[in-house]
Write a protein that binds this ligand. Structure first.
Ligand SMILES: [Zn+2]
Length: 366
């Protein structure tokens, strides 16, 4: 069976769910028919006319980009901007355009993980973990069905805490009910008060999986009416959020760290604030524009924040407490192409997953 575009996008979103994108973002399938078969995937950081042309020339009908080509509403298609021209070229040649942007920034296996690997960081954690992405399901299951129901809930995404899968809490108790004449009870009969040994099971789950979870619960629970309740949690999600922080194996003198950064991230130049009289060991990172994380990095006692797009006045906010290293937006994220290829190669082998050769960095250095 031919792989469809939606198979590829569903797979990518199982790794970086779209629910985790920022509110201003526009990740997902932007152009194209999700049901169309895939002839090849062209992987790029940015989607431009040149990239779409490269896709046409190389027989790839799906462009997977980090940055969405369409960010705000397009009201006309006259070719008056590069965005309009890129979209028009794609539509004319049946090329699908897909973006996996801040959702890939915000998962712990995403853009920042790639930077951390390049720099050699360990003990990684999310710098600004996201609240309001977790909920708790409590349900009551007849003892004999407990394993089956919980296995289905875990399969649907419940019970993952850090590196621990299939987490649940169970306590035994008594469930009571009285079926009416219209009921069709699994146990008991109409007008007969029942007492059943039940397990109260609790599982944590990511909010965006709620409908999958409830479908699995209803499908696998034996009762006609399944008793459950769902509570939102204010816990931060340790696997989802902006930026990461990690450690170098040994502390290193700041200038040597910055030199090393130039070579590991393949930089022509970087901009940094004053070198401080202490070695670098704790490193905060954020691919792309990460100046909004400066205070989080300082609070986490990072020695340096490696990111991009700092404005002149924002550099002052380092204030002798941290070194800011601005390595450039393109440079901080270009390895995302490697990450996407690695991820796609794990699953799809029947067509090409090609790196775009087009250099999309709009900035030149003189
Ligand atoms: Zn970016």
């Amino acid at each position: 069976m031919a792989v469809k575009i939606k198979d590829v996008t569903n797979y990518l979103e199982s790794i970086a769910p779209r629910a985790y994108q920022e509110s201003y973002d526009n990740s997902g399938l932007l152009v194209g028919d999700a049901q169309a078969g895939v002839t090849g995937i062209l992987i790029t950081l940015d989607c431009t006319e040149a990239v779409v042309q490269e896709a046409i020339d190389s027989g790839c009908n799906l462009v997977v980009a980090h940055h969405p080509i369409v960010f705000k509403g397009l009201k006309k298609f006259t070719g008056s901007s590069y965005v309009e021209r890129t979209v028009m070229l794609a539509i004319r040649h049946d090329i699908a355009l897909y973006a996996i942007h801040t959702n890939l920034d915000n998962v712990h296996t995403g853009v920042n993980r790639m930077i951390a690997d390049k720099i050699g960081l360990t003990n990684l954690r999310i710098l600004a973990p996201r609240p309001d992405t977790l909920q708790k399901l409590v349900t009551f299951i007849p003892e004999a069905d407990t394993e089956k129901v919980l296995a289905a809930l875990h399969e649907a995404g419940a019970g993952q805490i850090g590196e621990y899968k299939n987490c649940s809490f169970r306590v035994e108790g008594t469930g009571t009910f009285l079926p009416t004449a219209a009921a069709n009870p699994h146990i008991s009969q109409a007008h007969q008060q029942e007492q059943v040994r039940e397990i109260r099971a609790e599982v944590i789950f990511p909010t965006h999986r709620r409908s999958d979870l409830l479908a699995a619960l209803r499908k696998n629970h034996p009762y006609e009416e399944v008793a459950y309740y769902i509570t939102p949690l204010i816990n931060e999600n340790q696997e989802v959020g902006a930026g990461m922080i990690g450690q170098l194996a040994t502390p290193i003198e700041p200038l040597a760290f910055l030199q090393g950064l130039k070579s590991s991230m393949n930089l022509k130049m970087l901009r940094h604030t004053a070198i401080l009289p202490k070695n670098i060991q704790k490193v905060a990172i954020c691919g792309g524009a990460g100046s909004f994380l400066l205070q989080d990095a300082i609070r986490a006692e990072a020695d340096v924040l490696v990111t991009a797009d700092f404005k002149y006045h924002e550099f002052f906010d380092a204030d002798g407490r941290i070194v800011i290293a601005d390595i450039g937006h393109y440079e901080s994220e270009v390895f995302t192409k490697e990450l996407l290829q690695e991820v796609l190669m794990k699953k799809f082998h029947t067509f090409a997953n090609i790196f775009s050769k087009t250099v999309t960095n709009p900035i030149s250095y003189l």
